[in-house]
Ligand binder design. Structure first.
Ligand code: F6P
Length: 539
């Protein structure tokens, strides 16, 4: 155990008897524990901390060499050690004037060349110049991808829908990810094959879920048109990948391929050509605003002193809660329906990055790492799982995410609805912290009506939800994840834990297709027998 770690353990013991309502009730609490970067306020005043804890957490960051680790990330060192490569998502949002050469690649120039090609594609689609097999302009774009090739673009498109320029309003966007074809089968009933464009997004171009959906889409186009595969793929597919040779082998032509690079992790890829649906939705200017917001957070992460550095502090608060407060559940609660997909996006970002128990050097990690993340639009979750937050036995840390202003220049009833959401957000953060001390009526209540409080939360308040501020918010979480990985000594950029299941599923496809020749564990054999039995009854 290190010096900083044991100091924090002592602080945890020192504060253990204190309820959050006592900690909150100190002078200048909000002023000293809320932090700003441009259009974002991060309020940590409802965390179970005091000034001593913050300084001990900062000492821990120093002890774990956080500063050089940040430089290593941003300068393109091979921080992804198990795959021997950089993790340069921040390079995807560097301005054209920046310079970065990594492993003999002129990164900034390549990034901007791809942005320019994206722009050409977006313009062609917006201006009705991208035409289907009968010469009609495209009206529907379907993104086929999964995980990072789905969740980021889906989340951002939904969050920024109101920023669509006139030129994109004739295009409907759809997202298809599930390998069982549920989403696609419904969608294909509604779409017109003559005017539908598919964006086939896969970093590896080997993900079976995506390839299965793509095969169904090609079949559908062929059935509807009677034309050959090669021609249909050329006119109705754009490929986005870091494995262009595989995409070409599948049938895509280089003219309709957008590339990105191995050093972009799937869950960090919405800033790359994987963001094409975002650019189609909010236009290239909107996409560039998103990148600019993220870049501004990158600069802040790189340059701001740790005492006021938002990603560093957000990460350290997480470390405090997980490792010193024994809290292993983390709720993501946006008080804005436009952020409906943010919880799912962060689930992948955090849990696929830091859900690990082996360190960079391959040894087991002694402490707890990534907690379980889940979430929902806050007001809806109030009517679903907040019961557990207020009166359950589980300690939970919560992130409330809310814009201060919305519906400016809109109907007053909508403005009132936003006030309602804001009031509920503030009320829930208050009650979770204070418990029934938030009541002022002095009435004695039975135990089932009591609120314990003492649940810590962070409020992230945006001035407004714009592409720029959203870019900043996402980059905040990306860097938070990295800081936690540095403290825990793990590699957040690989995901070996998802591989074995894919391999075993491939074996099982063979077993499902030809009945006899397999010997799995009794539980699996039991289910296989049941499926075969039911299929037998069908015939
Ligand atoms: O299986 C997990 C994963 O590799 C994620 O990391 C990734 O975002 C997703 O699958 C999709 O991968 P790809 O973009 O290569 O199809």
């Amino acid at each position: 155990m290190t010096h900083a770690w044991s100091k924090l353990e002592q602080s945890a013991a020192r504060l253990s008897a204190q309820h959050l309502r006592e900690l909150i009730d100190t002078d200048q609490r909000f002023e000293s524990l809320s932090f700003r970067h441009e259009g974002m306020l991060m309020d940590l005043s409802r965390q179970r901390i005091d000034a001593k804890v913050i300084s001990e957490l900062l000492a821990l960051a120093e002890e774990r060499q956080l500063k050089p680790a940040i430089t290593a990330l941003l300068e393109g060192e091979h921080v992804n050690n198990t795959e021997d490569r950089a993790a340069l998502h921040s390079a995807l949002r560097l301005p054209k004037s920046a310079q970065l050469r990594v492993d003999d690649q002129d990164v900034v120039s390549d990034v901007h060349k791809t942005l320019d090609r994206m722009e050409q594609f977006v313009n062609q689609i917006h201006q009705g110049q991208w035409r289907g097999y009968t010469g009609k302009p495209i009206t529907d774009v379907v993104n086929i991808g999964v995980g990072g090739s789905d969740l980021g673009p889906l989340m951002v498109c939904e969050a920024t829908n109101q920023f669509r320029p006139e030129a994109s309003l004739n295009i409907d966007l759809h997202f298809v990810s599930s390998m069982d074809g549920s989403q696609l089968s419904n969608l294909l009933l509604e779409l017109d094959s003559e005017t539908t464009l598919f964006v086939l997004s896969s970093k590896s171009f080997g993900t079976i879920d995506t390839l299965a959906n793509a095969a169904t889409a090609v079949d559908w186009l062929q059935e509807r048109s009677g034309l050959n595969r090669e021609l249909l793929i050329k006119q109705h597919f754009i490929g986005v990948t870091a494995a262009p040779e595989k995409a070409v082998a599948w049938g895509l032509s280089e003219e309709t391929l957008l590339e990105f690079w191995e050093w972009t992790g799937g869950r960090y890829s919405l800033w790359s050509a994987i963001g094409l649906p975002i650019a189609i939705s909010i236009g290239m200017q909107g996409f560039r605003d998103l990148l600019a917001g993220a870049h501004s957070m990158d600069k802040h992460f790189e340059e701001a002193d740790f005492t006021s550095n938002l990603p560093v502090l957000l990460a350290l608060i997480g470390i405090w809660n997980i490792n010193f407060q024994d809290i292993h559940a983390h709720a993501i609660l946006p008080y804005d329906g436009r952020l409906a997909h943010l919880p799912a996006y962060l689930e992948q970002l955090e849990m696929e990055s830091n859900g690990k128990s082996v360190g960079i050097d391959g040894s087991s990690i002694a402490q707890r790492t990534c907690p379980i993340l889940w979430g929902e639009i806050g007001p809806n979750a109030q009517h679903a799982f907040y019961q557990l937050l207020h009166q359950g036995t589980e300690r939970v840390m919560c992130d409330f995410i809310v814009p201060a202003r919305r519906y400016i220049d809109r109907e007053s009833s909508l403005q009132e609805q936003h006030q309602l959401a804001l009031a509920n957000c503030l009320a829930q953060a208050r009650v979770l912290a204070l418990g029934d001390a938030a009541l002022t009526d002095g009435v004695e209540r039975p135990t089932w009506q009591r609120y314990f409080g003492n649940q810590p939360s962070t409020v992230l308040m945006l001035d407004e939800l714009t592409p720029y501020n959203l870019g900043s918010l996402i980059a905040l979480y990306e860097h938070k994840v990295y800081v936690q990985a540095v403290i825990w000594g793990i590699n957040p950029f690989d995901q070996w834990g998802v591989e074995l299941g894919k391999k075993v599923a491939n074996d099982l496809i063979t077993a499902l297709n030809n009945s006899a020749d397999h010997q799995y564990d009794p539980a699996t054999e039991g289910l296989l027998a049941e499926i075969q039995n039911l299929r037998g009854n069908e015939q």
